[in-house]
Design a protein around this ligand. Structure first.
Ligand code: MN
Length: 705
């Protein structure tokens, strides 16, 4: 009895120390940027992940008890609800809660790690693995202070699942059946895409049961209760079903029906569509299409966002290894150590799905590495404890434990120290958004590129057309078109797109159960204006077409930083929707490091301006410059311009934004685009727009039509 309680005490002590360690390392960033006022809003650091603003919006609206119809605010999202809960019970500001939530929640990873190690009575291994995994390179990157996203529990929850599965198989105790099912419910609630990992665990248990332990009915109970927990039904339906199954499993008289219950669970899983998301994902890997084509109606061809956000395809082995273990040597030792650990303790093989998902990073992008971090940490930790056992004296044993542990932690702490990620916005930009909140109504729309959607909704509480989750080719098309086309057609399309967006929401609500096809806004417009060809409709925008009734105001948010992504922005509308043919990309060249010579200005990349001839040299080619514009801010921070027409038939336009230290070389279409005219030159059509905020960081215009 005494030895058990000692083990429990030690377990708690290790968990406590490892948790504090994980939190402390995450405070390094906070310490480094303590004086950085540009990273703060309302006296607190801002978050460093764009998507976080989505959950923050939902939490804010949940707390205030209201939000606007169709504003896409996620008031019932798990992350938002948990955030609202913490903001309600804790005496800290909302900004503090979202900034520090990842620090504390992600550090919970040490709990299942140490508990899993306890199952093989090697707490030291658990402690070392917990220290390593809690700050492991990729785990740290996605759970650091300010990285407010689902990642803060995305590894913690499957590690708890692994823990309950290991203890279930090892002890065959009923309580682990329930814990496994509850963890699946929780994990699915937190992260709906969790099905692939849950399903892998299920498959592995099934394999284990069939090969090694076929006669043990406990395994089938475990599989059945997992199936029930994984059905494609609301959690409030799955929970009572899980509880009923649990009751049946405990009653002696139902023991002979275990196989029937398992059969029912499998049928229920498939019948409710539990397998559908897995099937869809498998299909998605096989058919990776660049274009998405509607199946009915005009069959428009939209650009697929996958092409622009795809993370750099292949990652190098060194990057892969460092992201999992902090160092290539540690990684190799971790893999070898895990093989040895699994050989000595077969039960650890249940960690394979996490490693497998982590190794997907070699093909599917580096974000997957995070899954392999904790399980592989067991590997090197096990080697360290094994080596220490071989030491001749107790003193050497502890010395080796400490020395090797510090050695594997060191590269990771070094990484933390050098990983100086900035916040998504700087204080000035957020001030603009915060001011907007008082100038716009919550029902108004702000048009901007999707990167700015969530933050606009969080800070300014408005509606947006596209955001970090709503950015497929069909919704991006109109916004891309508005930003890269002349003011008049863009203004009209803005009014149309906003009114059609609201109209479509209404249509969907009224026809919820009719399963009607919802066409893209641009397709609806084309048809309703009597065209069969979208290009004809777009051309008609420059004529005097009838505009829909105005139901709300529309604003344009045009940040300077959108300049960097302007070519990406244009891609979505720079194609013929009727046949999917991409138009040649616009000529767009930005130089931020240039040098003035006697006769020329060297812009880099072989591009230079010949001052005497007033031509642009691109490689060996020489093009006459059409317009030259120079902008600068005067003492009142008003934008001033010097513009001159040089060669009326010239091929390119040059803009020198002197205060931004930036040269732009643009073709005519880009020069005439709404973004360049309104953001860079403040040359706006006063019948269409009015100025709202003219800050060098971002300009906001209100649409007058
Ligand atoms: Mn709202």
């Amino acid at each position: 009895m005494n030895s058990i309680s000692r083990e429990t005490k030690l377990t708690l002590a290790y968990i406590f120390i490892a948790f504090l360690f994980s939190v402390a390392v995450r405070m390094i960033w906070v310490y480094q940027f303590n004086d950085m006022e540009a990273f703060k809003f309302n006296g607190q650091f801002m978050i460093s992940t764009n998507d976080g603003y989505y959950f923050a919006e939902g939490a804010r609206d949940f707390l205030s008890g209201m939000h606007q119809e169709n504003d896409l605010s996620p008031i019932d999202n798990a992350t938002s609800l948990l955030t609202a809960f913490f903001a309600k019970i804790l005496p800290f500001s909302f900004e503090s809660v979202i900034f520090y939530m990842p620090v504390f929640l992600s550090s919970l990873i040490v709990v299942p790690i140490i508990l899993i190690a306890r199952s093989i009575h090697n707490l030291e291994m658990g402690f070392i693995a917990a220290l390593l995994a809690s700050i492991g390179h990729s785990y740290y990157n996605r759970t650091m202070a300010g990285y407010y996203d689902t990642d803060m529990l995305n590894i913690v929850l499957p590690m708890f699942l692994l823990w309950s599965i290991i203890w279930a198989i090892k002890t065959n105790e009923d309580k682990y059946l329930l814990l496994t099912a509850l963890d699946i419910l929780l994990y699915r609630w937190w992260y709906p895409q969790s099905y692939s990992l849950e399903f892998s665990f299920f498959g592995l248990i099934l394999l284990y049961a069939l090969i090694y332990d076929r006669k043990n009915s406990y395994n089938y109970k475990l599989l059945a209760i997992m199936m029930f927990a994984m059905m494609n039904l609301d959690a409030f339906v799955r929970l009572p079903i899980v509880l009923v199954a649990m009751y049946l499993f405990k009653e002696e008289k139902f023991q002979k029906y275990i196989y029937h219950i398992l059969a029912v669970s499998v049928i229920a899983f498939f019948a409710t569509g539990g397998f559908d998301p897995i099937w869809a994902q498998l299909k998605g890997y096989v058919f990776k299409d660049a274009l998405t084509v509607g199946e009915e109606g005009l069959k428009l061809h939209f650009f697929s966002v996958m092409q622009t956000v795809r993370e750099a395809g292949q990652i190098s082995f060194v990057t892969f290894a460092e992201r999992i273990s902090g160092h290539v040597v540690t990684f190799i030792l971790s893999v070898l150590g895990f093989l040895y650990l699994a050989y000595r303790h077969k039960i650890m093989l249940f960690g394979l799905p996490m490693i497998g998902l982590g190794f997907l990073a070699l093909f599917g992008g580096l974000r997957f590495t995070i899954y392999a971090v904790p399980v592989l940490a067991f590997g090197v930790a096990f080697l360290i404890t094994e080596v220490s056992l071989k030491m001749p004296t107790k003193k050497l044993k502890y010395l080796s434990l400490v020395a090797f542990t510090l050695a594997i932690l060191y590269p990771n702490i070094e990484h933390v120290d050098s990983y100086k990620v900035p916040t998504v916005f700087n204080a000035t930009e957020v001030k603009i958004l915060d001011d907007l909140k008082t100038k716009v109504s919550r029902e108004d729309y702000i048009v901007s590129w999707w990167d700015f959607g969530y933050p606009l909704r969080y800070y300014s509480d408005v509606k947006t057309l596209i955001d970090g989750g709503k950015h497929s080719g069909d919704v991006n098309f109109p916004v891309s078109f508005m930003l890269s086309n002349p003011q008049e057609v863009s203004a009209k399309l803005a009014r149309l797109d906003v009114e059609y967006t609201e109209k479509t929401f209404k249509f969907q609500k009224e026809n919820k159960d009719k399963n009607l096809t919802v066409f893209s806004n641009i397709e609806q417009m084309t048809k309703e204006y009597g065209f069969k060809d979208t290009n004809d409709f777009l051309t008609s925008l420059s004529t005097d077409i009838h505009m829909p009734e105005k139901t709300r105001d529309i604003y344009f948010y045009l940040p300077f930083r959108m300049l960097e992504i302007y070519p990406t922005v244009t891609v979505f509308s720079n194609l013929n929707l009727m046949n999917g043919k991409q138009e040649p990309s616009p000529f767009f060249f930005v130089s931020k490091s240039f040098s003035e010579k006697e006769n020329s200005i060297e812009l880099g990349n072989g591009v230079s301006i010949n001052k005497k001839e007033q031509t642009l040299k691109i490689g060996k080619q020489s093009v006459p410059i059409k317009r030259f514009a120079k902008t600068f801010y005067d003492a009142n921070m008003e934008l001033q311009k010097e513009m001159s027409m040089i060669h009326i038939n010239g091929g390119v336009n040059v803009i020198y934004m002197s205060n931004y230290n930036t040269f732009l070389v643009l073709d005519d279409k880009t020069y005439e685009s709404l973004y360049i005219q309104l953001m860079v030159l403040e040359e706006y059509d006063k019948t269409l727009f009015e100025k709202v905020t003219m800050n060098p960081h971002a300009k906001v215009y209100k649409l007058k039509i």
